[in-house]
Design a protein around this ligand. Sequence first.
Ligand SMILES: NC(=O)c1ccc[n+]([C@@H]2O[C@H](COP(=O)([O-])OP(=O)(O)OC[C@H]3O[C@@H](n4cnc5c(N)ncnc54)[C@H](O)[C@@H]3O)[C@@H](O)[C@H]2O)c1
Length: 248
Amino acid sequence: MERNLLAGKVAVVTGAASGIGAAVVARFLAEGARVIAVDLAAPGPARPGVVPVTGDVASAGTWERVAELAATEFGRLDVLHSNAGVVVRAPAHELAEDDWDRQIAVGLKASYLAVRACVGLLAASAGDRDAGSVVLSSSVHALAGLPGHPAYAAAKGGLISLGRQLAVEYGPRVRVNTVLPGPILTPAWDGIGEEDRRRSVAGTAARRFGSPEEVAAAVTFLASQESSYVTGACLVVDGGWSAVKDSA
Ligand SMILES: NC(=O)c1ccc[n+]([C@@H]2O[C@H](COP(=O)([O-])OP(=O)(O)OC[C@H]3O[C@@H](n4cnc5c(N)ncnc54)[C@H](O)[C@@H]3O)[C@@H](O)[C@H]2O)c1
């Protein structure tokens, strides 16, 4: 259901080639935005309204390019959705230091690098009541532990604190909020077996996976003026997974 919520806006979306990021790009375009789409993966076919950037979100150089592009190509930046992610799986006693570092770099540090490079443009593009908007992608892994995910949980938990901090730091010209998706059926689930999938779905009140488009709807709300008085907040998009008490 599009309502031109982002007409005239320019947005950066990371992890734009797959899953939730791809759905956010599609929804932002449908809402009238132009999008700088960042991913490690090579961009697909050219699309009107999309400027692709191939790069690593954990590298400061990528963010210099993105900010430069926003300034020269569009002369403004209104929305930043820091969404790219990887999942490193291993219990702490078996986790290689390099894997820990990579998880924290992509899952946490990248959002700091993104804001460092883009917050000046976001603030400069804001109007009196029309703040720039940053949306960080955390996870319900920030709320509850699942064996084998210490680095992922640490990165996603850190994003919640970072989001609150940035909201305080950069208000009123820039709002910063964090989404916490639950089980969303994307390519990130490709290697996960049937039994784990069944248990994840059974743990939701909705009794199903969420779709990338359902997260994109929440991100669009936070990106747009529909959420003009929402900042420093967390929005859980998990089909009720974190509301379910599954033991006596
Ligand atoms: N799918 C879920 O169930 C779920 C649940 C909670 C949170 N999340 C979070 O949502 C975000 C998107 O997840 P998804 O399920 O769409 O994943 P996905 O694997 O479908 O897509 C992730 C995208 O990020 C890109 N990417 C990875 N590392 C990158 C890097 N260093 N630089 C640039 N791009 C990079 C990948 O190339 C890929 O296109 C992630 O942050 C993930 O942790 C997903």
